[in-house]
Design a protein around this ligand. Structure first.
Ligand SMILES: [Zn+2]
Length: 285
């Protein structure tokens, strides 16, 4: 069975990739939502963990191959693999091969933020050294996110691993952007905050069609309700405000919303039934 799904977006083509799966503590993942409620949405394993996928998005424009949030990567210790029940299958490498590409074909990488499950795949181990995976790519990160990620505090150090991005800077492959900017024609970022202070979402726009990679603003359909934020969100109240705004814009402007961690729903459209927001899946598992 094919892993990669694809869709046309104006002149662009979107490829929905995978980069492994991991399991997070259900309590942390659902924050203030009680288990009696969230366990109706997903079934935890015997250690109360719930399954997440890593869903990188590739946007092929006429000139560029843009990879958004490369994913988990494969540099984890035995202990980390055990804690997060990480399975590196299918890998992004396998997905790229499936569409006739390799890591060397990627010329732009954009990250919503620098947590390990989003940029772990930016570097890899080669001959016992940590090296860039996408050596032909410029990596676009938000400047203040970079500052936070290179100076983690006691709360954030479990999520920011320097080995995922410092080697890119040393190799001259990083471009730091500030605020809402267009990276190339049709690909832009908008700072949302919330999940991290300088978290950004990524827009792909072509011929009047829009796809938006939501990153940590909404990682899976199970969290669609406005207050269903994660224990890992640094500014949950900001996420709630941002969701109100973004959900409404998504409906008004008919955004194809791409989800970073949902095992079943990779992309779809928001609907509002007068009471609740719904997600109409366009690209499934
Ligand atoms: Zn994150």
């Amino acid at each position: 069975m094919k892993i990669v799904k694809n869709l046309k977006l104006g002149d662009f083509e979107l490829f929905f990739l995978r980069d492994g799966e991991f399991w997070l503590d259900g309590g942390g993942y659902f924050g203030i939502v009680p288990k009696v409620i969230w366990s109706n949405l997903v079934t935890p394993d015997e250690l109360n963990r719930v399954k997440l996928n890593s869903n990188p998005l590739l946007v092929k424009t006429n000139e560029h191959n843009v990879l958004i949030d490369p994913g988990l990567g494969n540099k984890y210790s035995v202990k980390q693999k055990k804690i997060f029940k990480i399975s590196y299958e299918p890998s992004i490498e396998k997905c790229l091969n499936e569409i006739g590409m390799t890591a060397d074909d990627i010329d732009i990488v954009v990250a919503t933020h620098l947590h390990f499950d989003h940029v772990g795949g930016c570097t890899k181990i080669e001959n016992e050294k940590i090296v860039p995976t996408y050596k032909n790519a410029i990596h676009y990160f938000q400047k203040n996110e970079w500052e936070d990620a290179t100076h983690p505090n006691q709360r954030t150090k479990g999520t920011y691993y320097l080995e995922n991005y410092v080697p890119l800077m040393e190799a001259g492959l990083v471009k730091l952007v500030e605020g809402n900017v267009e990276i190339i024609s049709g690909i832009s970022v908008e700072v949302t905050g919330g999940h991290t202070k300088y978290h950004q979402i990524v827009f792909a726009k072509s011929k009047g069609e829009t796809a938006v990679y939501f990153g940590g603003i909404l990682s899976a359909v199970t969290h669609i309700k406005i207050p269903y934020t994660m224990g890992f969100d640094l500014y949950p109240v900001d996420i709630m405000k941002k969701r109100q705004e973004l959900y409404q814009r998504a409906i008004k402007e008919n955004w194809l919303v791409c989800l970073e961690h949902d095992p079943e729903n990779r992309a779809g459209y928001f609907k509002f039934d007068g009471k609740n927001y719904q997600f109409e899946t366009q690209v499934g598992s």
